[in-house]
Design a protein around this ligand. Structure first.
Ligand code: MLT
Length: 278
């Protein structure tokens, strides 16, 4: 008889909330930080394969998935501090490879500013360094009010066509349904609080030349939210950064093209030393 494996997804108390976290595998730690308004389930294509060689830690951020919600404004700094507290609670003492997608990348900029000593390397998928223009901030605040009054049903319909490429939507309808389920399950107060936090986020463009850890940027060639050209310009500003453009994928490149993204991750991770440093 084989011993039952522990369920890799559990709740962990940090500060004023409990976060739901998927924690599996052994080895150098990889911290996966999801996009808006999703959950750790968006890393479905990465968590299993990478747990063979690494400890994979993938939380639902405050306000999302099965984690607790705090209303009001949840800043990117708050989310980055939550991640540092989560690493403490999980007794992760060595620096981590931070892998963030889109809003997860915005949290990454705060993690670089506030917790640089905990960082071994950075992987930024389908994200932006620029802050929002005033019109985009106003749009986010409007959406925050809308979901608080009417729930998240309309959010899925508005977002889904922009999340994956037309080719992915045609060939992989189950991925669209997975995303629809994550969006529908997102608590309205969590969605609104993160929208307010993203609207208020700092511009990270000036931070890019000071990033002192190995950095990989990944973007779908068809991403209409964080376009490949914008990520190429970001890559030029980060010392030594590598850019991988995933052909045919949209904003959810890791979910849409896991084999390509995992190969890029594996090559990048192999270039880091055994303790996760180059
Ligand atoms: C995301 O995927 O996290 C969002 O597109 C980020 C944003 O709304 O700027």
């Amino acid at each position: 008889m084989t011993a039952a494996l522990p369920n890799p997804t559990r709740r962990v108390r940090i500060d004023d909330v409990e976060l739901c976290v998927h924690d599996a595998g052994q080895g150098p730690p990889l911290l996966f930080v999801h996009g808006f308004p999703l959950s750790h389930a968006m890393w479905a294509g990465q968590l299993g394969p990478l747990a063979a060689s690494h400890r994979v830690i993938a939380p639902d951020l405050r306000g999302f998935g099965a984690s607790d919600v705090t209303p009001g404004v949840v800043s990117m700094d708050r989310l980055a501090d939550d991640l540092a507290a989560l690493l403490d609670a999980l007794q992760v003492r060595e620096p981590v490879v931070f892998v963030g997608l889109s809003m997860g990348g915005y949290v990454g900029w705060s993690f670089v500013r506030r917790h640089a000593a905990r960082l071994a390397a950075l992987v930024l998928c389908d994200t932006r360094a620029a802050a929002d223009a005033p019109e985009a901030q106003a749009q986010r605040r409007k959406m925050a009010r809308h979901v608080l009054e009417h729930g998240t049903a309309a959010l899925a319909e508005a977002m889904l066509p922009r999340l994956v490429s037309p080719a992915t939507a045609a060939a992989r309808p189950e991925l669209v349904e997975l995303l629809r389920g994550m969006i529908a399950a997102a608590p309205p107060a969590g969605v609104a609080a993160a929208q307010e936090g993203m609207a208020a986020r700092e511009d990270a463009t000036a931070l890019l030349p000071s990033i002192g850890v190995p950095t990989l940027l990944v973007v779908g060639s068809e991403d209409v939210i964080s376009p490949a050209a914008e990520m190429a310009a970001m890559a030029e500003r980060v010392p030594g950064a590598r850019l991988v453009v995933v052909p045919g994928a949209g904003h959810m490149a890791p979910l849409e093209a896991p084999a390509t993204v995992n190969a890029a991750l594996a090559e990048f991770l192999a270039g880091l030393g055994p303790a996760g440093r180059r």
